[in-house]
Design a protein around this ligand. Structure first.
Ligand SMILES: *[C@@H]1O[C@H](CO)[C@@H](O)[C@H](O)[C@H]1NC(C)=O
Ligand SMILES: *[C@@H]1O[C@H](CO)[C@@H](O)[C@H](O)[C@H]1NC(C)=O
Ligand SMILES: *[C@@H]1O[C@H](CO)[C@@H](O)[C@H](O)[C@H]1NC(C)=O
Ligand SMILES: *[C@@H]1O[C@H](CO)[C@@H](O)[C@H](O)[C@H]1NC(C)=O
Ligand SMILES: *[C@@H]1O[C@H](CO)[C@@H](O)[C@H](O)[C@H]1NC(C)=O
Ligand SMILES: *[C@@H]1O[C@H](CO)[C@@H](O)[C@H](O)[C@H]1NC(C)=O
Length: 290
C-alpha cells in the first residue's frame, strides 16, 4: 500500500505527538466467560475474531492474522504503554518512520466489548537504530506489527494483540511477502526468546520471554485463505509470549506515581532540527520512488 505524503512540518508534529504517549494501567479482571486462556481472553469466545479488518482490500472485507499475544501474565511493566514500547525496542521494533501512520489503519475486535476499532499503532523493524531505522524499513520492507490492547470492560485482560508480518519494499507497494504473516510472527518470537534475553537500547531495561502456541477451534480453524489479505495463508498458530523484566536498567519507574509522566519514543540526542532535516530528506526520497 502506498504511503501518503506528509509535509515535513506535519511529520515533525507527529513525532512530537508520539512523544506524548501516556501511561495507562489496567487491572486484570478474570471471569468465567469470555474464555480465559491464561493471560488473555479468546476474542472468538465473546464475539471477536483473530482476523483484523483491513481497509480498501480487493475483494472487500479481507483481514490479516493477529498472530502474537503478549500475555497479561507478563511483568507489570509490560502493562504500561511505555513498558510495551520499551519491550518492542528490545526486539528492534519502533514507531514508524517520522511518525507516519504506516498506511491504512486496520481494525480488530478482541471480544472485549470495544467492538471493531482501529489499531493503537504500528511498529516497524528498526535495524537496531531506534532513531531512524524504521525509515529504512519503509523503503526496503521488512518486519512490522500492528497492535491492539484487550482492555474493554467485557474482557479486560490488558494483553497486547499483535498482527505481525513481513512486507515487501516500497516499490512493491508494501505487499506481504509469500507466507509473510507466519514469517513475521516467527521473527518476533525468535527475537523474543533469544537466549540471554533482549535489551532496550533506550533504557537498558532487559527482558526474557517464554513462548507457547495456540491454534485450532477458537483460533483459525474456521478461517480460509480467501478471507486473508493478499491471499497469503497462515498455519493458524498464534504464539503467546510471557515476558519478564530482568533489570530495569536506567528506565524511570512505572507505577501510580508515573501516571502523568511521558517518555519520548525518539532518543533525546536527536534534536528537532535533525528530525526536520531527515524528514525533508525522506520526503525527497519518497518523491523519487513514488
Ligand atoms: C480509523 O482510521 C481511519 C483511517 O485509517 C479513519 O478514517 C477512521 O475514522 C478511524 N476510525 C475511528 C473510529 O477512529
Ligand atoms: C486501552 O489501551 C490503549 C492502548 O494502551 C489505550 O490507548 C486506551 O486508553 C486503553 N483504554 C482504557 C479504557 O484504558
Ligand atoms: C546502557 O549501558 C551502557 C553500558 O553500561 C551505557 O554505556 C549506556 O549509557 C547505558 N544507556 C542507558 C540509556 O542507560
Ligand atoms: C506448538 O506447540 C507444540 C507443543 O509444545 C509443538 O509440538 C509444536 O511444534 C508447536 N508448533 C509451532 C508452530 O510452534
Ligand atoms: C468452526 O469450526 C468448528 C469445528 O470445525 C465448528 O464446530 C464451528 O461450528 C465453526 N464455527 C463457525 C462460526 O463456523
Ligand atoms: C522494574 O520496575 C518496576 C516499576 O517500574 C518494578 O515494579 C519492578 O519490580 C522492577 N523490576 C526489576 C527486575 O527491577
Amino acid at each position: 500500500m502506498p504511503r501518503p505524503r506528509m509535509p515535513a512540518t506535519t511529520a515533525a508534529v507527529c513525532v512530537l505527538a508520539l512523544a506524548a504517549t501516556r501511561v495507562v494501567a489496567n487491572p486484570v479482571v478474570r471471569r468465567a466467560s469470555p474464555t480465559w486462556e491464561g493471560g488473555y481472553y479468546n476474542p472468538t469466545s465473546n464475539g471477536g475474531q483473530w482476523l483484523t479488518a483491513a481497509r480498501d482490500t480487493y475483494p472487500a472485507g479481507l483481514g490479516e492474522p493477529i498472530n502474537v499475544v503478549i500475555s497479561s501474565e507478563s511483568d507489570g511493566v509490560l502493562m504500561f504503554d511505555e513498558g510495551f514500547f520499551d519491550y518492542s525496542q528490545s526486539l528492534q521494533f519502533s514507531a514508524s518512520c517520522l511518525g507516519q501512520s504506516g498506511g491504512l489503519e486496520q481494525e480488530a475486535n478482541l471480544g472485549d466489548g470495544n467492538g471493531m476499532h482501529n489499531q493503537s499503532g504500528l511498529l516497524r523493524e528498526n535495524f537496531g537504530d531506534p532513531g531512524f531505522g524504521t525509515c529504512r524499513e519503509t523503503f526496503e520492507g521488512g518486519y512490522h506489527y500492528r497492535f491492539w490492547r484487550q482492555n474493554g470492560t467485557a474482557a479486560n485482560s490488558g494483553a497486547w494483540f499483535l498482527a505481525a508480518s513481513q512486507e515487501q519494499d516500497l516499490a512493491a507497494q508494501h505487499d506481504i511477502t509469500p507466507n509473510g504473516y507466519d514469517i513475521g510472527r516467527d521473527e518476533v518470537v525468535r527475537r523474543a526468546v533469544a537466549s540471554g534475553g533482549t535489551k532496550s537500547p533506550l533504557t537498558n531495561r532487559t527482558f526474557t520471554a517464554t513462548a507457547r502456541n495456540a491454534s485450532g477451534i477458537g483460533y483459525y480453524a474456521n478461517v480460509s485463505t480467501s478471507e486473508i489479505n493478499h491471499g497469503v495463508g497462515t498455519d493458524g498458530v498464534v504464539m503467546i509470549l510471557t515476558v519478564k523484566v530482568t533489570s530495569n536498567g536506567s528506565a524511570p519507574s512505572l507505577g501510580a506515581s508515573s501516571s502523568g509522566a511521558s517518555q519520548t519514543l525518539v532518543p533525546s540526542r536527536f534534536t528537532l532540527a535533525q528530525l526536520l532535516g531527515t524528514a525533508a530528506l525522506t520526503l525527497f526520497a519518497v518523491g523519487i520512488l513514488v
